[in-house]
Ligand binder design. Sequence first.
Ligand SMILES: Cc1ncc(COP(=O)(O)O)c(C=O)c1O
Length: 339
Amino acid sequence: MNFRSDNVGAVAPEIMAALEAANHGPAASYGDDEHSARLNDSFSRLFETPVTVFPVSTGTVANALSLAAMLDPWGGVFCHELSHIHVAEGNATEGFTAGAKLLALPGDNFRIHAPALQAALQTAGWGIRNRAQPQAVSITQASEFGTLYQLDDIAAIGEAAKSRGLRLHMDGARFANALSALNTTPAEMTWRRGVDILSFGATKNGAMSADAIVVFDKTLVEPLSYRLRRAGQTWSKMRFAAAQLEAYVADNLYIRLAARANALAKRLAAGLSTVPGVTPIAPVEANLLFLQMPPALTDALAAGGVKLGRRDAGVVRLVTRFDGPEADVDGLLALARAA
Ligand SMILES: Cc1ncc(COP(=O)(O)O)c(C=O)c1O
């Protein structure tokens, strides 16, 4: 019963099949192969606008390089105080930008909010050489705590950013989970609401270490392409990453996989809501549950074979995934009720 992360999941069979199909004979290297050539077209159809797609190996590098393409070393990027780029990426953004500053904002339900962003923009110290100069905003959809930005929230943040010439980045490590939960389209959740560049996660939802950067703002393509090469992200055997990403979005596979993960989270949340002493600390809107629970209950779950994430102050993180067995959800619930 492994609920520690969606990274513990397997590779989706459809993606394995795509890898197998691509695994024949030689293919041109460094993105000159037929799969990579098709990728921009298939993602442009998916996003209903011309986009440039760069496969990358991790979500961290997708975030750091996306932001590096937009930020000067003296620049600043607004983000939530608990965002992955701020607390869980080993200063990758600071490193790849050669020193840009993360400007952390508080915000309930683990999201930043347009009024707070507007207020911060007013006191940002524009033109003062002692201060980081804001150049970007980064939001995470679905957030690190499984909460969602509604489309209007994204639009409001996009407008606030644009009003001062800032670009908007979206960390979509769980993009498909958010899209499925909001029942909207990739275009509506991104560029139509002001997103300029997207870290498009696939690994947590069935790919084999293949994420991507999707670029909407064409002026970012060239600076990004040099940074990718410099960071060792221009894959020699690019066909295998491209083939996975093609399969991931074909026939809405990515949505079907995410919908399953989200449904398991809902089932788990509904079951746990009847267990005394268990309180969610964030609404369960995607595939992550953050719950306050008595340590004795957490211990009983762990002793019963449930792998989970323990946080400070009795908070537990449970993550569901596309290949998580329903029996595991029911097994966890049975243990919780017994305890
Ligand atoms: C919201 C978010 N962004 C980015 C990442 C980074 O992904 P990776 O571990 O592939 O670098 C993660 C991984 O947990 C994440 O949860």
